[in-house]
Design a binder for this molecule. Sequence first.
Ligand code: HPA
Length: 274
Amino acid sequence: MYKKINETSKFINKFINNESIHSAIILGSGMSGFDDNFKPEFSIDYSEIPNFIKPSVEGHSGKLSIIEFGGKLTAVLSGRAHYYEGYDISEIVLPTRVLAHLGIKTLILTNAAGGIAENYLPGDIINIKDHINLTGNNPLIGKNIDELGPRFPDMTNTYDENLRDLAKDTANELFEYKDGVYAWFTGPTYETPSEVKFAKSIGADLVGMSTVPEAIVARHSGIKVSAFSLVTNLAAGISKEPLSHDEVIETANIAKNKLQSFMEQFLIKINLTN
Ligand code: HPA
């Protein structure tokens, strides 16, 4: 794995002349297109990047762009591979490993999720304050690579508290700030109503199929993490309607502009202050 990380990092470094990348954002379902609103220094399709997986899911474009915010470079990854697509979890987190190797200080993750908490509505943007891993998997299982991070990483402040404060200040200028706990299920099935009830009973406010592997790997490498869910639907059983990916994409498209304005402001602040 270390060899692959090196190979991919070298490839990306060639494009940026070894300039440093300060932060990165991995965009989830329906959020691609964010990079088109800015002037990227360059953009590369995942299919051209060694060891990157081209996402197979509609709503994920599969492109890496380098964009300047607040005078520093940010890597914008439009789209991710998911565990339910059948890849080994080490392949899912390879882009995050590469970003760590390139020296980023902060990683922002976004996803589409089902809302459980009573005050959530479809279209809401929720700042993730913690997660519950319900998959039984973990990207750090296996031999620890000591050069990358410790065997037993602490997960107390996974979603960095200072970044949550910064997100709150930024959001308050645009929409009502809400935060919550994200429960990671493997998918690809949506949850059953009983699974949602269970997730709620153990403290989850959101259910989704991504983000946690990347957050774990980023923390393993000491990178600060900030993550956001776009509530595309109320979770199964809370919504009486059957869930569909079309609905997820439709709501994501409606809320896209709000999320993009927020992210632009948030990235500028991160690059200037963190
Ligand atoms: N569950 C899991 N993942 C999701 C959902 C959901 O309800 N909505 C969007 N992604």
